[in-house]
Design a protein around this ligand. Structure first.
Ligand code: UVW
Length: 347
């Protein structure tokens, strides 16, 4: 029995990978799985699956997330770009440039760690719903935030803020490499907004003869970032809200398929993998981000968003292929909840 919880959410994997596990389904990226991914490499070609990190542009996709701000570091108060080291010692012949960035870690092509979405859940079975994350890790003990807004017993915490458990650093240590399969939803459903549920997904897998095996990373091309890139950093949110497929997080059959398929991660080229807002629900209390809750909170399946998949998808489609080797470690940044990533597909 884990000390952090006495009851786990229905349908969750808590405890299955160990009492203190912080990797969830990434545990399925085994040596055999990596070798299976390497087995998909026949041509020795690589594809960069990242957007330039100053896309989408502005803060209209998410008002919390602003474009990166680069600046030079300072050397004795001087911007260190083309800095002549001779100013420090007249014999020096070097010219030095060095910079820094203020970056919303989930602004552009990114990973969500399990610290990104938790839930109010009665993990101790004592009738008290606490803020918990995957495998029972606790708000303000492991994922530390500011003084709480609720007057109901949350610990007052002033920092140090951050994901001291479940953050992207664990994922970086794991290195995230393995077999991935690309499912081309754009090819089947075009660029209109569509909430893709279990039936739709099965139809596409059947039509394209795609087999997803446990430990595969599922990569979904919807065409969203293709439209976004065409907007050249001035995103039109009204158009984007009507653009491309999103997974239907309210479709229980789809969530069950994610559980049963054993996928290790889900990566997409759209904004949130699932449709936001989620479809209407008849339930009173329900998650606003049901697929995030299913994957990040219950299963330990990390999500990745805003990837650039067009070139890879077209290349695979022209050859009747869907599988490739994916290498996508996030930044090894202790305490971070999310991370930019430069994923690489090798075929
Ligand atoms: C949200 O906050 C909606 O996050 P994500 O980037 O995971 O979609």
């Amino acid at each position: 029995m884990a000390t952090r919880w006495k009851r786990r959410p229905e349908g969750s994997t808590w405890g299955d990978f160990g009492e203190d596990d912080q990797l969830g389904r990434l545990n399925l990226l085994t040596p055999a799985k990596l070798k299976a991914g390497i087995g998909e490499v026949t041509e020795g070609l690589s594809f960069c699956l990242s957007l330039p990190l100053d896309f989408p542009g502005g803060a209209v996709l998410n008002p919390r997330r602003h474009p990166p701000r680069l600046s030079p570091t300072l050397q004795d108060g001087c911007p260190c770009l083309n800095f002549p080291l001779a100013r420090l010692d007249g014999r020096n012949t070097d010219v030095l440039s060095d910079d820094q960035v203020t970056l919303a870690l989930q602004y552009s092509t990114q990973w969500d760690s399990f610290a990104h979405v938790g839930a109010f859940f009665d993990a101790m079975g004592n009738g008290v719903k606490e803020k918990v994350y995957y495998n029972g890790y606790r708000a303000n003990e492991h994922v530390v935030g500011p003084r709480d807004y609720r007057p109901d017993g949350d610990v007052d915490v002033d920092g140090p803020y951050g994901a001291h458990a479940l953050g992207v650093a664990n994922m970086a240590r794991k290195a995230i490499q393995g077999r991935a399969v690309l499912v081309d939803l754009k090819k089947h459903f075009g660029l209109e907004r569509r909430y893709v549920g279990y039936q739709d997904l099965m139809r596409v897998l059947d039509a394209d003869r795609i087999t997803v095996t446990p430990g595969d990373m599922l990569v979904l091309r919807t065409g969203f970032t293709e439209v976004l890139v065409g907007m050249n950093r001035e995103p039109d949110i009204e158009v984007l809200d009507r653009t491309a497929s999103v997974l239907d997080g309210r479709d229980d059959a789809l969530l069950q398929w994610i559980t049963d398929s054993g996928v290790a991660a889900i990566c997409a080229d759209n904004y949130a993998v699932e449709g936001l807002p989620a479809q209407e629900s008849t339930l009173g209390q329900r998650p606003a981000l049901p697929l995030h809750q299913h994957c990040l909170f219950k299963l330990g399946v990390p999500l990745a968003e805003l990837w650039w998949l067009a070139d890879l998808a077209d290349w695979l489609q022209a050859r009747g292929r869907s599988a490739f080797l994916l290498t996508a470690p996030p930044l090894y940044l202790p305490g971070a909840v999310g991370s930019p990533v430069t994923p690489v597909a090798t075929v």
